[in-house]
Design a protein around this ligand. Structure first.
Ligand code: BG6
Length: 479
């Protein structure tokens, strides 16, 4: 695979994006506004978009749908920008002939040949039939395909899906999306760790006590009951987003900033992970979930999960990684918190405040307004020797670059257009994560009820003892 020669982020080549599931929630919230932003910022100057879905639409009504999505999610749009974007939107009714005709119409005025990017924003069950349609329609050459997670539901189904996809597309053409890998803040973990001399020497089992990757959500099901019932929090969030973030946090320094080197190091982390043991997992379900429309009255689907796992290699042996995520929790946060070991001896007497607020921590906030904070003990001014936890914080919002942040899907669409696999998952990596998950999937622990608005079932405290969950923060982030 080619070396990444594009550190400045150059524009992508002429591309026709064929968007399957074009009137779904993801398209409305992220993909249609995202491609608009890429066009407006000059990163995707020659894009044409062919939408298609099972919903009844015409080109006109798809354009109206897109306008409404931009009004809601794209901020201010000028008349000229809208005129340009809307002229690039086309619609294909279901059926191979219609798809061909719409692509032809979209590309009619293009001066250079367009490559095609098929974005499968469809439920996992529908993905294979779209792949077969693409083959039947002869839309495989000059094409790439973006597939949404979760990729399979266990090892056997992931293998089957990978094999079936590979019958049609080469691995080089496949981009399995995990939008957490496109988040600016997730990429900043790599910069933080590997562009500085300060942190890497302490990034290991000698200095680090444990790591928390905590992604509670306030959101509930948001009309996704049928997807969520068959997915649950583990498949929706852990085997995908949280493990990918874990890999960025735990991996060895890659030899180069290129897809192969980074994938190699991530896959080594996945290979070193110990299987997830049911005894190290708390599954939860919020009270009232079973009354939601579309949810079975005896559903055992977890809307919450917290677990302890290990990366059993020289750097991390014995260091627990605690992961937590769930719906309808007390707050929406996305943090990685690295807890350092306490000093071996303390000259500070009991009552001085030492250790009172947990160990010193480094915290990454993976929210779009990304932040990093180092919390440590300092002396409270005045007589005596009282210690207080204080912090140094960096916030991207306070820099002059805050307007240049690319939304995760925007970045990933752009990278796929350019054929750069660095931020995508591989067949091998995905399969290994299902393998690690097998003991839990085969013997899931019973779901425990929790109150909406809480931090999950009580058992989460036993899971992490003698440590404590970093959230809720004892102090708010500085505004
Ligand atoms: C999606 C999950 O992949 O990620 C959702 O399917 C979840 O259930 C979402 O809410 C969280 O993403 P973000 O970027 O809003 O943190």
């Amino acid at each position: 695979m080619a070396r990444n020669k594009d550190p400045q982020g150059t524009p992508g080549p002429p591309t026709t994006v064929v968007l399957f599931g074009a009137t779904g929630d993801l398209a409305r919230r992220k993909l249609l506004p995202g491609m608009f932003h890429l066009l407006r910022s000059g990163l995707l100057p020659h894009v044409q978009i062919v939408g298609t879905s099972l919903d009844e639409h015409t080109r006109e009504s798809f354009i109206e749908f897109t306008r409404a999505s931009l009004d809601e999610f794209a901020g201010d749009v000028t008349e000229a920008e809208w005129a340009d974007y809307s002229s690039r939107l086309f619609w294909a009714k279901p059926g191979i002939g219609n798809l061909h005709a719409a692509i032809e119409e979209a590309e009619a005025g293009c001066t250079e040949p367009q490559q095609r990017l098929h974005y499968l924003s469809v439920p996992p069950k529908a993905a294979m039939s779209v792949i077969h349609d693409l083959k039947a329609a002869g839309l495989v050459d000059r094409s790439r395909v973006i597939m949404e997670k979760p990729f399979g539901t266990d090892l056997a189904s992931a293998r089957q899906l990978n094999a079936a996809v590979h019958e049609v597309f080469d691995e080089e053409q496949v981009f399995r999306i995990d939008h957490f890998l496109g988040k600016e803040a997730a990429l900043n973990i790599l910069a933080f760790r590997f562009a500085n001399g300060l942190f890497e020497p302490i990034w290991n089992r000698t200095m680090i006590d444990h790591i928390q990757i905590d992604v509670p959500e306030e959101l509930g099901l948001e009309q996704r009951a049928s997807f969520y019932e068959s997915t649950g929090a583990y498949r929706d969030m852990v085997v995908t987003h949280l493990f990918q973030v874990l890999a960025f946090t735990a991996m060895e320094p890659p030899t180069e900033l290129n897809p192969q080197a980074i994938t190699e190091e991530k896959n080594k982390v996945f290979r070193s992970m110990l299987p997830i043991e049911p005894k190290d997992v708390v599954r939860g379900q919020y009270a009232g979930y079973r009354d939601e429309p579309g949810v079975a009255p005896d559903s055992e689907t977890e809307t919450f999960i917290a677990l302890k796992c290990y990366v059993d290699n020289w750097r991390w042996a014995g260091v627990p990684f605690y992961l937590r995520t769930g719906k309808r929790l007390a707050a929406g946060q996305r943090i990685i918190s690295v807890a350092f070991k306490e000093p071996p001896k303390s000259m500070f007497p009991a009552g001085s405040g030492i250790g009172q607020n947990g160990p010193d921590h480094l915290t990454f906030d993976l929210a779009d307004r990304s932040k990093v904070s180092l919390s440590f003990y300092g002396k409270r001014p005045g007589p005596g020797f009282r210690l207080e936890k204080v912090s140094m914080q960096f916030s991207m919002e306070e820099t002059s670059w805050s307007g240049s942040v690319l939304e995760a899907y925007e970045r990933l669409i752009l990278e796929a257009v350019k054929g750069n696999h660095t931020l995508f998952t591989t067949a091998q990596g995905v399969e290994r994560l299902w393998e690690v998950s097998a003991p839990l999937l085969e013997n899931p622990t019973p779901v425990r009820m929790y109150e909406p608005g809480s931090w999950g079932p009580n058992q989460i405290h036993q899971l992490i003892a003698p440590h404590a969950w970093r959230l809720p923060f004892e102090r708010r982030w500085r505004d």
